[in-house]
Design a protein around this ligand. Structure first.
Ligand SMILES: [Zn+2]
Ligand SMILES: [Zn+2]
Length: 359
């Protein structure tokens, strides 16, 4: 880093609909930290929801998970420009990524290796000691879950590592068998990665569901055998028709919509597996009787992408996990407004990436 450069641009969230592009001092790198020059940071659905308001804000400030003001962005990737004396295994000049959370290392879940369920976790882009990647520089803690990224992985690909890890974890939760018919509902970056990860398990059939044509087209390229538009057909009827009337074996919910939940509970077969990954901005309604009284389902939650990052990085690097076409837009920090608007409103947008230091 040149000696003259002491300040950086950072996108700071102050509250719902209140985001500010500010000039801050480049953070000092403590002895347990690395300083990262951010090469790219994807906009996640949670970033959009935090900005728009909703669940996250409907609690008193002292109980909120999000602490403001905070530099947003957790789908970051970058190059190490400085490191503290106690950081081992990483060198200046290397590229790396860190999982979204900094686990405490001490709680019952951390102690038993289930670090992604840490009771005292800090999440990048949500708290000030873990400022996120919508800035030219950010600090990474050595206690975080850090991974090397080879140089041949492009910025576009690297911005997909975190969402792809989330998709892969959900697919692991589904315990897909070769005879299964797998439905993925919602074909954003994470849903598309579920299709790609599920394909590596070679199930009987993968069916993708999405309202948008471009996403369905990409799902076919990524390994879906069939795609359906829920606005144009009775998806449950179609799935039953394809499965001798039984329903699908696995339903992966990655849309985060109420309709997709009811559709999934209806589409899955008796004793089937329903995996919930999508996030809702409010409480939703569904017929809960289907889970117990009717079908004896395995309903499985899925959160984050634990123990999947290295597999995703090698899968992307080798081409086993396709990425072409998922990053649809790139914007500089100063264009954040347009970037957020594009992510919400542009029907062609899939993953929008902020590139804080230019391309
Ligand atoms: Zn995310
Ligand atoms: Zn913990």
């Amino acid at each position: 880093m040149s000696k003259e450069k002491r300040t950086m641009d950072a996108l700071r969230l102050y509250g719902p609909m209140d985001m500010r592009l500010e000039t801050l001092d480049i953070p000092e790198c403590g002895e347990d930290e690395m300083l990262l020059r951010v090469l790219g940071c994807g906009i996640c659905g949670s970033d959009l929801k935090n900005f728009a308001g909703g669940h996250e804000w409907n609690v008193p400030p002292e109980e909120r998970f999000i602490e403001t003001p905070v530099t947003a962005g957790h789908e970051f990737y970058g190059e190490i420009v400085a490191k503290g004396s106690r950081v081992e295994g990483y060198e200046v000049g290397e590229r790396m990524i860190s999982e979204q959370i900094i686990p405490c290392g001490n709680c019952r879940f951390c102690q038993s290796g289930q670090y992604w369920m840490c009771q005292n976790l800090r999440m990048y882009g949500f708290q000030n000691e873990a400022n996120g990647g919508f800035a030219q520089y950010m600090k990474i803690h050595r206690r975080g879950v850090n991974h090397h990224v080879p140089k041949e992985v492009t910025v576009e690909q690297a911005a997909l590592i975190e969402p792809y890890a989330c998709g892969m974890h959900a697919v692991e939760r589904a315990r897909i068998q070769h005879d299964d018919i797998v439905v993925v509902s919602g074909l954003g970056a994470i849903g598309l990665s579920m299709v790609a990860s599920a394909r590596l398990a070679i199930p009987r059939k993968i069916i993708g569901l999405d309202l948008r044509e471009n996403r369905r087209a990409l799902a076919l390229k990524f390994g879906a055998d069939l795609v359906l538009d829920p606005s144009q057909c009775d998806v449950v009827k179609e799935i039953r028709g394809l499965t001798g009337g039984y329903g699908c074996d696995v339903y992966l919910e990655a849309a985060g919509s109420e309709a997709s939940v009811s559709q999934g509970l209806a589409a899955v077969r008796n004793l089937g597996r329903y995996v919930q990954f999508g996030i809702f901005s409010r409480d939703i309604m569904a017929n809960w009787n289907i889970i117990g009284d009717e079908k004896e389902l395995d309903v499985l939650g899925s959160h984050l992408g634990p123990r999947c990052f290295d597999a995703v990085i090698s899968g992307i690097a080798s081409g086993l996990l396709p990425t072409q076409g998922v990053v649809t837009h790139k914007f500089g920090l100063e264009q954040w407004d347009e970037a957020y608007r594009t992510a919400v409103e542009d029907p062609e947008a899939i993953k929008v990436v902020i590139v804080p230091n230019g391309t």
